[in-house]
Write a protein that binds this ligand. Structure first.
Ligand code: FES
Length: 156
């Protein structure tokens, strides 16, 4: 490939809208590949822009970074995701979105009875102790629906 076809990190940041720090983060996390010039500067193939669009779309629907990586890693030869790839993967991720919506609806419904209350009572607050699951749920962050208890991976 002609070196003139390669993009600098500034080019990619400008065209993708991702900060250079996010690009370096995604590289460290194995989602992007770069080459280096003799002076050690990163260079990206143009196809990285589509890969970044894929990452942004997946993150927008709440897909954890490790699952985005898995989706990209499953593409033959690490190729750029096509429209068909996005269709297939996003279909699989739809269930996750439904789960998130259900969890948020449960939170919203709990909030209705809490507005203007402020008791945060273990005995009667549906938000603090939904369905009295605190007692039976064991230790940990039991007070949020499971979908919302997941620890986000990466921040970009
Ligand atoms: S804060 Fe009182 S019921 Fe939730």
């Amino acid at each position: 490939m002609d070196a003139r076809d390669l993009l600098t990190i500034g080019d990619v940041a400008h065209r993708s809208g991702f900060a250079p720090s996010a690009l370096r983060f995604y590289e460290r996390e194995g989602l992007l590949r770069t080459t280096r010039t003799s002076g050690g500067q990163r260079r990206y193939e143009r196809s990285v822009l589509r890969r970044l669009a894929f990452i942004r779309a997946a993150r927008a629907i709440g897909v954890p970074l490790d699952e985005v990586r898995e989706g990209l890693d499953r593409l033959p030869g690490g190729r750029t995701p096509t429209k068909a790839d996005w269709t297939r993967l996003s279909r699989a991720w739809r269930g996750r979105l439904d789960e998130q919506i259900d969890a948020l609806a449960a939170l919203r419904d709990g909030l209705d009875s809490c507005i203007g209350c402020g008791c945060l009572s273990l005995a009667r607050c549906r938000l603090y102790n939904p369905g009295d699951r605190v007692a039976e749920g064991g230790s940990g962050a039991r007070l949020l629906p499971p979908m919302l208890r997941r620890t986000p991976v990466g921040g970009a």
